[in-house]
Design a protein around this ligand. Structure first.
Ligand SMILES: Nc1ncnc2c1ncn2[C@@H]1O[C@H](COP(=O)(O)OP(=O)(O)OP(=O)(O)O)[C@@H](O)[C@H]1O
Ligand SMILES: [Mg+2]
Length: 263
C-alpha cells in the first residue's frame, strides 16, 4: 500500500502541500481531484521520489521514500512504479516503440529482441496501431498521451501513477482508457493513483476519490459518497460551478487599479 502522512512541500515563496494524509490500499484505485495548481502533480512526484517533501513520510510496502538517500535504493523503489507524466514527456529522438520499451531493460530481464513486440502489444491496448516507427513529433497530442500511457504500463508494474490520463482525448478514447485502467487493476491487482479533472473518469475508475484543497486532503470517499456529498467545497468542484466557497483567483492577473489614476 501507499501511505502518505503529513506531506508538506513548498516551492520558493509558494506553499503547495500543507500536510497531505492519504492511504491507498493494495489493489485500490484512488482518484485525486482538485483545482488547477493545487499540487496534484507535485504530490505524485513526491510519491515516486522526483520531488522531496519538506516534511512528512511516504511509505510504500514499508519503505519510506523520504528517508532513502542511496541512489541505488531510490532506483529500486522507483522500479515498482509505472508513471504517466501529465505532459507525456516522450523522447523526441526515439521512435514510438523505443519510447514505449525504454524502461524494459532496467525494469525486467526480458531479452531486447522482444521489446518491439511488447511495445506493439501495449500500443494496441491504448488503441494505437501502426505507429511503432513514427517519432513523437509526428503524433497528435492525444496520441502522445497514449504512447506515454503504453510506456507507463509496459513493465506491468504493481503501482501505477497516472497524471491526467484522459486529458486531451476524445470522449470515446477517454472511456477506452478508463476501461484499460480498470482491466489492469483486475488483471494485475495494480494499486493506482489517478490524478484527474475528468469527473466521469474518476467516478468510473476509482474505488475512492480524494480531493485536495489548500494543500490538504479535504475528503476521501467512495465515488457514490462523493457524488452525493453535502460538503460545499467538494460539491462545487464535482459540479464544476464558478460560484461557491472556492474562489478562483483570476483577479491576481488583472492590472492593478490605482486610486484616481488613469487605467
Ligand atoms: N518545479 C517547480 N518550481 C516552482 N514551483 C512549482 C514547481 N512545480 C510546481 N510548482 C508550483 O506548485 C503549484 C502546484 O503545481 P502542480 O503542478 O503540482 O499543480 P496541479 O494540481 O498538478 O495543477 P494542474 O491541475 O494544473 O496540473 C503551482 O502553483 C506551480 O506553479
Ligand atoms: Mg498537474
Amino acid at each position: 500500500m501507499i501511505e502518505a502522512r503529513g506531506v508538506q512541500k513548498s516551492y520558493p515563496g509558494r506553499p503547495v502541500l500543507r500536510g497531505v494524509d492519504l492511504a491507498v490500499q493494495e489493489g485500490e484505485t484512488m482518484a485525486v481531484i482538485g483545482g488547477s495548481g493545487c499540487g496534484k502533480s507535485t504530490f505524485l512526484k513526491c510519491v515516486i521520489g522526483l520531488v522531496r517533501p519538506d516534511s512528512g513520510s511516504i511509505t510504500v510496502d514499508g519503505t519510506d521514500i523520504t528517508r532513502l538517500t542511496r541512489e541505488a535504493d531510490v532506483a529500486a523503489y522507483r522500479r515498482r512504479f509505472g508513471y504517466l507524466f501529465q505532459e507525456a514527456a516522450l523522447f523526441d529522438s526515439l521512435s514510438v516503440w523505443e519510447n514505449v520499451s525504454f524502461g524494459l531493460r532496467y525494469l525486467t530481464s526480458l531479452p531486447p529482441s522482444r521489446f518491439r513486440a511488447i511495445a506493439k502489444d501495449k500500443l494496441a491496448l491504448v488503441g494505437l496501431k501502426d505507429v511503432e516507427d513514427l517519432r513523437p513529433s509526428e503524433l497528435s497530442g492525444g496520441m502522445k498521451k497514449r504512447v506515454a500511457l503504453a510506456r507507463a504500463i509496459a513493465a506491468e508494474p504493481s503501482y501505477i501513477l497516472y497524471d491526467e490520463p484522459t486529458t486531451g482525448l476524445d470522449p470515446i478514447m477517454s472511456d477506452v482508457i478508463n476501461d484499460l485502467i480498470l482491466d489492469l487493476q483486475k488483471a494485475l491487482n495494480t494499486t493506482a493513483i489517478v490524478v484527474t479533472h475528468d469527473m466521469k473518469s474518476a467516478y468510473k475508475v476509482a474505488s475512492r476519490i480524494a480531493m485536495i484543497h489548500e494543500g490538504r486532503v479535504l475528503a476521501a470517499d467512495r465515488p457514490e459518497a462523493i457524488k452525493a456529498t453535502k460538503d460545499p467545497y467538494v460539491r462545487q468542484f464535482v459540479d464544476g460551478l464558478s460560484q461557491g466557497p472556492i474562489k478562483m483567483k483570476l483577479k491576481e492577473f488583472e492590472p492593478e487599479t490605482v486610486e484616481g489614476g488613469a487605467r
